[in-house]
Design a protein around this ligand. Structure first.
Ligand code: PLP
Length: 405
């Protein structure tokens, strides 16, 4: 008789967004006339910009010709895209990353989920709390944690780095020494950024302790303030201790097209074994490359027209963020985030839990958000709203919230 990977059985039952979807669908069944506004899931709503559409059209035409047809591409991604990324996202910002250190993929989720495969099972893992659940669940599946502890609301063996109001949602260096440290800034779900000085402390800590930082920069394009790092490689010594993940989903609207990349510098090694080579081996074995069409669309993100059009698109979402932040403040809420990220992290009214506020908001205002506790125990008492809605829906949702709270 075969057996299964029993670590999967430790995973906590229902996934956050399916619970939300179920609650919303039950509400809609009981109130068929209600117009529910969703400011919960982090998907974008604006169409692809013209420069990207044009690149897609051109690539489609090309693929229909004998000379322009592309079959399997290089597993690491086409050089035309890796060169653009190295120049625009790194070298122009003073970060010494070369095209050869970049791996193209079809999104950041699989990369941040799969990266743990190249590390030993005995490694101790640190994650922020609250946290983007993929970092936790993939380590649970691999068997790097113990059981879920209902009392603490966390998995045994994981090191939770609390991101709370008291520490400005910026995690403190832990006393216990983790081997793998997942950091995500600007942060999902809190919407808070990390300063260059604070990130440098993490890089120094990792280099001193022989840890590796897995840095998720999926929301880098939303940074508006000075002094906030766009990449961990802006910190000295990061090439020796950090892997960085990027997504095209939120800066360019690729949630449906699918494109991302991972940077593994050549210096990064463990007892003389190059992590770049290990990931290269894994990538080449389990992945056949992102579609040519989508990589051409990715290239257009870095053209001058693409950059100008996407700047406007990001500004559109950030104006939503500003409206939500200011609107909620005027309604008396304490709010965080929304300045360097498309997420607003609001404190729920006293004596309510995150889920109670979810139910209350749905019932009174027909607005859907995400309960903070869904991202970990550290998120209890908070609630996430996203700026990815349309302007019309964002304004309508705010009006209703102001009316009822
Ligand atoms: N990392 C973070 C922190 C995210 O919030 C998301 C998506 O919401 C991703 C990665 C996934 O990005 P992608 O769409 O490129 O898979």
């Amino acid at each position: 008789m075969y057996t299964i990977n029993e670590h999967y059985l430790k995973l906590q039952g229902s996934y956050l967004f399916s619970t939300i979807a179920k609650k919303v669908s039950e509400y809609q069944k009981e109130h068929p006339q209600a117009e529910v506004i969703r400011l919960g899931i982090g998907d974008v709503t604006q169409p692809l910009v013209p420069a990207i559409i044009e690149a897609l059209h051109n690539a489609v035409e090309e693929m229909g010709t004998t000379e322009g047809f592309h079959g399997y591409g290089p597993e690491q991604g086409y050089e035309f895209l890796r060169e653009c990324i190295a120049r625009e996202d790194y070298q122009n910002r003073g970060c010494p990353i070369s095209a050869e250190e970049i791996f193209i993929s079809d999104g950041a989720k699989q990369d941040v989920g799969n990266i743990q495969e190249i590390f030993g099972l005995g490694n101790r893992v640190a994650v922020c709390d609250p946290v983007y659940p993929v970092y936790v669940d993939t380590n649970v599946m691999a068997g790097r944690t113990g059981e879920f502890n209902v009392r603490t609301g966390g998995y045994e063996g994981l090191i939770y780095l609390k991101c709370l109001e008291e520490n400005g949602f910026s995690p403190r260096l832990p006393g216990e020494k983790p081997d793998l440290i997942y950091l995500c800034f600007p942060n999902n779900p809190t919407g808070m950024a990390i300063t260059r000085t604070a990130l440098q402390e993490w890089v120094d800590y990792a280099n001193q302790n022989g840890s590796v930082i897995l840095y998720d920069a999926a929301y880098e394009a939303y940074i508006t303030e000075e002094g906030i790092p766009h990449s961990i490689y802006e910190c000295e010594g990061a090439r020796r201790c950090a892997i960085e993940f990027h997504s095209f989903s939120k800066n360019a609207g690729f949630t449906g097209l699918r494109l991302g990349y991972t940077v593994i510098p050549r210096e990064l090694s463990c007892n003389g074994v190059s992590l770049h080579e290990l990931w290269n081996r894994r990538h080449g074995t389990k992945y056949n490359g992102a579609p040519y069409l989508v990589q051409r669309a990715g290239e257009a993100v870095y053209s001058s027209e693409g950059k100008a059009q996407l700047k406007e698109q990001v500004a559109y979402y950030m104006e939503n963020a500003r409206l939500i932040r200011e609107g909620l403040k005027a309604a008396g809420f304490t709010v965080y985030g929304g300045v360097n990220a498309p997420y607003i992290w609001l404190k729920v009214p006293e004596r309510m839990s995150s889920w109670e506020f979810f139910d209350d908001l749905l019932k009174k205002a027909q607005v859907v958000g995400t309960p903070g506790v869904g991202f970990g125990q550290g998120g209890e008492g908070f609630f996430r709203l996203t700026a990815f809605g349309t302007r019309e829906n964002t304004l309508k949702a705010l009006e209703r919230i102001k009316r009822f709270y």
